[in-house]
Design a protein around this ligand. Sequence first.
Ligand code: NAD
Ligand code: DAU
Length: 336
Amino acid sequence: MTWLVTGGAGFIGSAFVRLALREGWTDRIVNLDKLTYAGNLENLAELEGDPRHRFVHGDICDRERVLALLKEERPAAIVHFAAESHVDRSILGPEAFIETNVGGTFSLLEAAREAGVERFLHVSTDEVYGSIPEPDEADESWPLRPSSPYSASKAGSDLLALSYWITFRLPVIVTRASNNYGPYQFPEKLIPLMISNALEDRPLPIYGDGMQVRDWLFVEDHCRAVRAALEKGAPGGIYNIGGSRALPNRRVVEMILDALGKPRSLMTQVADRPGHDRRYAITTARLEQASGWRALVPFEEGLERTIRWYRENTGWVARVKSGEYQRYYERNYANR
Ligand code: NAD
Ligand code: DAU
């Protein structure tokens, strides 16, 4: 059995590919990735020479290419991670988000329909619900109120994917996960950015008052949930995936500083993100009931594993932070 994974050189996609092959979830994975700034073949180094993994350098927007690949490989399922994933970048330049997240998902869905693919899992986000007021928690029927070009593009692609089930009976499943963290995460996101700045004794930029709440999910828990939804989910079904660990950003950053033995004075308040969602909170009962899945890694343990990984992989961090990252950092943070 072969699965086609898109975006499998990114943070979550590469964790999924590594774990799926390590634990034998499938016989073989074809990994289609454009290798944007966020895609990195170093994340797949442990699979070099492994015949169960075929890497294909390509763009999901290229429908002819995708269709040819589907006809050649006849995958039993598509697991679709590929996306532009960072909210701040969608504020600086939304176009790529519409092209890849909406246009690329459309192209994949069309190719999957033509090739008769029997399972299509679209990886989405809890950000499609927008900010959730206390004390509510969004279930899968919560209204979609995305705030950023990123989350609007993901909401658009969710609806498009679901329409392919309703209209064409393409067996689509949509998962909506909360904030992931773990090894190999690109250091533009909160946790790896704060760890890597703290290790270099650089300021840690806190947007606004830092009391925005996120629900943290260790990346391996997310990957196991995606597998559970793929195998046990109903076609046309939507499944939230959360870590059940809601924390204000400031608290997360304090925990990182304490673990590294760095002073709290490194925290620097900067101008807030435009349209910043105050709080994310979701229920995950539907997936738990359908599959028995549970998030297993407590935040303290996951954070410790993550910090250890960044300490031990300074070469990976240095390579990722050279070049394009410097320009992005300057654009996003210089005038805050
Ligand atoms: P990432 O930015 O680390 O990786 C994205 C990957 O997609 C990269 O390897 C990139 O090269 C590839 N890609 C981008 N455009 C492409 C294109 N046009 N064609 C082929 N490949 C392309 O992202 P991530 O954090 O691993 O997120 C993966 C998925 O999970 C995304 O769909 C994201 O919306 C979703 N998600 C992320 C989080 C999170 O906290 N990071 C939470 C919930 C959902
Ligand atoms: O909820 C799921 C989403 O989580 C995913 O869909 C996105 O792909 C992923 O990027 C993430 O979105 P967030 O915007 O919540 O993540 P980010 O790491 O960018 O920010 C987390 C919180 O930290 C948010 O409230 C903004 C804040 N923040 C972030 C950065 C990068 C700061 O205060 N300072 C920073 O420098």
